[in-house]
Design a protein around this ligand. Sequence first.
Ligand SMILES: [Zn+2]
Length: 355
Amino acid sequence: MINKTPLQFIRQLPKAELHIHLEGAITPDTVLELARRNNCLDTLPACDEEGLQKWLMFSDFWHFIAVYLAVSNLLRTPDDFALITYQLGADMAAQNILYREVTLTPYTHVDFQDKGLAIHDLLTGLEQGRQAACKDFGVEMRWVFDIPRDMSFMDGDGRYNPLPAEKTLEYALLGRKYGVVGLGLGGSEVNAPALPFAHAFEDARCEGLWRVPHAGETMGPASVWEAIDHLYAQRIGHGVRSIQDPQLVKTLAERGIVLEINPTSNIRLHIYEDYAMHPFRQLDKAGVLVTVNSDDPSLFNTTLTQEYGVLAKHFGYKKPDLIRIARNAFQYAAVEEPVKTRLLERFDTHQNVQS
Ligand SMILES: [Zn+2]
């Protein structure tokens, strides 16, 4: 193998990313541009990039959700969605990311925030950006529409409101011809159990959508068990706290349920105090299929390239393991089969040329 520094090697490695939120990938300069376009600068706590960066240094999960909703509120028109999708594609080209499965929360944009945006506007904007990025940068993107789980329990009486799940499923099915491949479940797991969402995930399964809920981030193993037992999860967003339950780790490994792990996100949201405490390596060693992802790169001040750097620097991974983990992201993508085969061939060809 040609001798390169780990960073050079990681930069040139063809990559796929399975866990990234569209709303969390908008750069501070674009946040400002969107606010100016839509005359809502007054909704932001700062009107320069430096001030915005400071605001993004959240103190806890709830501050993070507040930032997230404020950024979502700036996305008002099909052109706004086309712009940020196109920028995500440009970023893929810059990082040599061939494929991204991007999560977004249509219920927030169409129903929760009163912006006058219809699902058709949202889908049209996403598709415009996706096609333009594919044409200009040769990158592939697919979408996961996720249900905001805490918005499904917002009345304060602990009662489940099925509307967010029903609407999100409806939008995901409408969006299939525009590249929607999966149904997710996001937001805080605290006081928001997975079982009530089983109806939506059962329908998703029948319709051939992938089931990719978040679990095992803000809550422990019980939340991951629920995602497996009631939501037919094929991949789990985060899932890192599964490490607390050896039987769960064994089940994940045996059933080939993939974890979409986001190390820097976990540190920034204080799931773990530092990288030394993070269980990435233990989960991998136990035979769980792991991938590495950036989650909300702009909000966590990271990139996918940097997350691979974390694997090398903090978890001690060498090139063969980095290649193995990178390949997992292609292998377990929800993209349709002819495209997946083509992407895997490109990935494998790159390794053969390098060796
Ligand atoms: Zn996430």
